[in-house]
Design a protein around this ligand. Structure first.
Ligand code: ZN
Ligand code: ZN
Length: 337
């Protein structure tokens, strides 16, 4: 196949489709191996799949894909996680932790490659199964459409979800389709859906509204703006932190009716490093705080589950609605003294 020509089949990205998922479908539709297609795009034997192309796809790669598929540049650009800049995180960053984006590689010494999640019901409903951008977000722990928990691993063999490996070491005729576990072949469309549970009905509604807002174009009047996500991220970071002996998680989880508080992994971790179940709990705790911030933050502070000096750390200029509440605790602290 000539390197600069239109490939015979050129499927367009589906709504909310992830770049890597679309590239796999393009290879499949053209009946070529992903490796062959990657070679044509990258021009050498270096595998693009060793890096996170969804997070930092170079513009030349997007342009090459457009040239081969006849797709519009911006349609392809919208399949990358870069589109969450300004919405979920402030600046582009090619390395290190990026707020709310699940890493597909290990963090520090820990192996954590459980960065791609899936909803079995979405895959089963798709005429052509594909992977969503939102499944790479730490904010998404369940499917707002099917109300079931997402999986961050194959439930049969517990391997990370790596659909791009479906034809590695196999002939095209034996390649595993995208909706099958690349390691054991389990059909991910047929694994059971577990309905998600919420501490309260109002948290279910709050969380659902937040997830739906990410799926739609940003609106300046939206409550769920960058400031909201920065505060929620900071609160979740404090909940995951071991610096206060995990007291905040303990306080919030018990308040929300959990009798067993999960153990947090060792090291400096963020919400992106947590596996799905613990991440869901931490998110619920964070959202519960935001739901009635003044009262619940003050309560947590009074029982010494949260330290005042950590509340504004990481903010050069916190959103006013958050900064004012933290400030009021500072006044209260001086009065009490
Ligand atoms: Zn779903
Ligand atoms: Zn498997």
């Amino acid at each position: 196949m000539p390197r600069d020509h239109l490939w015979p089949a050129h499927p367009h990205p589906f709504p909310d489709e992830l770049l890597s998922s679309w590239i796999m479908r393009v290879a499949q539709a053209n009946a070529i191996k992903l490796q062959t297609l990657s070679w044509q795009l990258f021009g050498n034997e270096r595998s693009p799949w060793n890096r996170d192309i969804d997070r930092s796809a170079p513009p030349w790669l997007l342009r090459a894909l457009c040239a081969h598929t006849g797709c519009n540049y911006w349609d392809v650009f919208h399949t990358t996680l870069v589109t969450y800049r300004g919405r979920l995180y402030p600046r582009r960053q090619t390395s290190g932790r990026l707020s709310w984006i699940l890493p597909i590689k290990g963090h520090g010494m820990r192996r954590n490659a459980f960065g791609l999640q899936f909803c079995p019901a979405c895959l089963a409903d798709d005429p052509i199964p594909y992977f969503r951008k939102t499944w790479r977000l730490a904010l998404y722990t369940y499917c707002p459409e099917h109300q079931c928990a997402l999986y961050d691993e194959c439930p049969a063999c517990h391997s990370p979800v790596t659909p791009h490996r479906g034809d590695f070491g196999r002939e095209l005729t034996d390649a595993r389709p995208m909706h099958a576990c690349a390691t054991c072949g389990t059909d991910l469309r047929e694994v059971p859906c577990h309905p998600e549970t919420f501490p309260t009905e109002s948290l279910r509604a709050f969380s659902g509204a937040m997830l739906r807002s990410i799926m739609t174009a940003s609106n300046p009047a939206d409550r769920f703006d960058l400031g909201f996500f920065r505060v929620l991220h900071h609160l979740c970071g404090m909940i995951c932190s071991k610096s206060n002996n995990g007291l905040l998680l303990q306080h919030l989880a018990t308040t929300l009716g959990h009798t067993e508080v999960p153990l947090l992994p060792e090291g400096r971790i963020g919400i992106e490093d947590l596996r799905r179940d613990t991440r869901h709990l931490v998110l619920m705790c964070g959202l519960w705080l935001v739901e009635d911030l003044e009262q619940r933050l003050t309560e947590a502070w009074k029982v010494k589950a949260i330290r005042y000096n950590l509340m504004l750390k990481a903010f050069a200029r916190p959103p006013r609605w958050y900064g004012d509440i933290v400030q009021s605790l500072s006044n209260w602290r001086s009065i009490r003294r």
